[in-house]
Design a binder for this molecule. Structure first.
Ligand code: ATP
Length: 229
């Protein structure tokens, strides 16, 4: 049984339909890349998974349980750790306070997050607003880890970051996969990095999942058609 499974999901913003037919699965310990050009429904799919937006048709299942009527707090308790687009840390709380604010019992503690991202430890007392973009992204990942999630979901994992910092974020994701076996769903624009870290990819095109599989099966024609600009 898949840890997370979406089957033929549709979703709306008011009257306008954003998802028409999205299916994907994430198994235990897997890293899956959610891809597609701007506006194709990646963030909306993540909102549906995290119960920030209710789907209208199809099914969203965690451990085989239908999440249709779950409120978002229950989804958080069920182990969905979201690193949102734009990071959204509390700007006027310190690094330590940001991390503590999202803590739930488990293996990930303040100390472990600081071991994992030493730069956060060095800046523990600093306000989040004073961090660089890369450090804020580390903090956003740290916050999600502090919830001790079963699934880590990264929306635009490296958006707006300098190349050297991007590499650090990719290295961190790779390390989480290797060392913790965490299941990860990741959205990013870099196909090259995604294909290195992810086991599989799913492509969204106008609110539909139109392709899924291993990166070795993603040929140039599909890449250009679905991911080209
Ligand atoms: P991006 O890479 O630009 O973030 P995306 O693939 O994450 O794109 P979504 O943000 O999921 O795409 O958007 C999917 C569709 O839903 C788009 O047509 C978008 O305009 C629409 N949409 C997104 N958010 C809202 C909203 N709050 N209200 C109405 N329509 C929305």
């Amino acid at each position: 049984m898949s840890l997370l499974r979406l089957e033929h999901v549709s979703a709306f913003y008011g009257p306008s339909q954003a998802l028409f037919d999205v299916s994907l699965r994430l198994d235990q310990g897997e890293v899956v890349a959610l891809m597609g050009r701007n506006g194709m429904g990646k963030t909306t799919t993540i909102k549906v998974i995290c119960r920030m937006l209710k789907h209208r048709g199809g099914a969203v299942m965690l451990d085989g349980q239908d999440m249709a009527r779950w409120p978002s707090y229950r989804a958080a308790r069920a182990g969905l750790g979201l690193v949102p687009e734009g990071r959204r840390c509390f700007p006027n709380l310190s690094v330590r306070e940001n991390l503590i604010a999202s803590a739930r019992p488990g293996d990930w503690t303040l100390r472990r997050v600081f071991d994992f991202f030493p730069r956060l430890g060095e800046r523990a007392g600093q306000m989040a607003v004073s961090l660089s973009g890369g450090e804020q992204q580390m903090l956003a990942i740290g916050r999600a880890l502090m919830t001790n999630p079963r699934i880590l979901i990264l929306d635009e994992a490296t958006e707006g970051l300098a190349p050297v910092i991007r590499n650090e974020i990719w290295a961190a994701i790779g390390q989480l996969k290797r060392d913790t076996g965490l299941s990860i769903l990741v959205v990013d624009k870099s196909l090259k990095e995604l294909s290195r870290v992810a086991d599989r990819g799913v492509i969204l095109e106008r609110g539909r999942s139109v392709w899924g599989g291993g990166f070795d099966r993603l040929d140039a024609e599909k890449r250009d058609r679905y991911l080209g600009v």
